[in-house]
Design a protein around this ligand. Structure first.
Ligand code: GCU
Ligand code: CA
Length: 138
């Protein structure tokens, strides 16, 4: 099943501001992180069973630099300084996909800026695991 978790809604936390001034986002907005190393957008996601899942991160980056970020799952880095490349406009959204290990039940996913520019604007993450669709899936 695939479940979407919006960056702007609890239990997600955004070190920065939730904004909605650039169109094309899902939900009610996106996380515009502080322009600082360590600025984070954290998600709490559910997995039906332990194993491997696909994490899709939807983001926009209208600048020209690369907004690198560490991707941590349950405190462990899955990718370090993973590149979030420019998408051409703040209203142009792209999806970056990463394979991650998950525990059964609750998992914490943390995107942490590795440059002083902060994160790209983050719209949501989606987790796809091998389990069939179930009640409560988005
Ligand atoms: C602009 C843009 C923001 C973005 C910021 C940045 O201010 O409107 O959405 O987050 O640039 O460079 O991080
Ligand atoms: Ca920003």
């Amino acid at each position: 099943a695939t479940i979407r978790y919006e960056a702007e809604s609890a239990p997600a936390t955004c070190d920065g501001v939730v904004e909605s001034n650039h169109t094309g986002y899902s939900g009610s907005g996106f996380c515009n992180s502080n322009n600082a190393v360590g600025a984070a957008n954290q998600f709490t996601v559910n997995a039906a069973s332990a194993g491997t899942a696909t994490l899709a991160i939807r983001y926009a980056h209208g600048g020209t630099d690369i907004r690198s970020a560490d991707i941590l799952v349950n405190g462990a880095a899955v990718e370090t300084a993973s590149a979030f490349s420019a998408t051409g406009a703040w209203t142009t959204w792209s999806t970056k996909t990463v394979t991650i290990p998950v525990n059964a039940g609750s998992n914490t996913i943390r995107l942490v800026a590795s440059t002083a520019s902060g994160l790209a604007n983050i719209d949501y993450v989606e987790i796809t695991d091998g389990d069939p669709p179930q009640t409560g899936d988005g």
